[in-house]
Design a binder for this molecule. Sequence first.
Ligand SMILES: [Fe+2]
Length: 308
Amino acid sequence: MTDAPPPGAPCPPIRHLTAGEAAALAHGRDGALAGLREELRVNFARGPGAVVLRGLDASALGEAAFAVIVASIGRWLGAASIQSPAGECIARVEAVPGEAQARGTHSDSELRAHTDLHDILALGCCRPAVAGGESFLISAPALYQAIRREAPQHLPALHEGYYWGTNPVLRSARRISTRKVPVFFPAAAGRGVQCAWNGYFMRQAALTRGEEVPPALADALAVLTLEAERMAQEARFMAQAGDIVFWHNWSWLHGRTAFVDSAAQRRLLFRLWLRSELPPRADPLLAERANFIDRDHALTRQEGMAMP
Ligand SMILES: [Fe+2]
């Protein structure tokens, strides 16, 4: 059963795996998992679009088997995209000391609230950090309502949004989105509000266009960032070894606190980026985001990096 979070409590809800489900996952017995599969699909099609699966013993399984389980559950929800020019569909998220282009995947830094590019994201915690590395998910509708309540003058700029660019080291047939991507937009079928907010891709678009992000939007995003920061403080949770967190990218902003590794224990998560038709999606630009980055990664895989 899924523990429903009490009102005001941090999400996501925790779904405890039964011993039978954990064993079926460990042995790849998909036929014994129809109930869990349906429950997760309903969660994303009609429910909150976020869940923590708890009950796998990651250390007993080992890294490779745990990663296979994360990927196999992901296939119930969508199609996995490659996550870099290396072509991996399940990525290792871990600090790699000295990596110049570390950004989020290979750094131990704080990651502030943001959305990524695919519909459903997953992180399976193989090993937590020695200290820090708390995760958080912030509800896009809750963030929207907070800004509407406290600073409604910024909503027009957030509804208008801005272009999204791409990573400059990637080859790309199209470096900027075909039109502006709204930061907040209505979900399909009257299902609330969704959010697309990633400062990195927005800044890359501004650089490519040779301009600044418009001042009205920059002011609005400063307010959004502060509000998201406040909400993140209340929404932090520590993923345990064996936990797998799935969430709908456009309904939840995500991030993490900085963390510390030791020689004996290095934080390791396995990540999925899934394209999925399950959650409501109102704006075709969201599918475009995933298509563009997938194509950039595939092109760069064939032709090599655009810059050293
Ligand atoms: Fe992210």
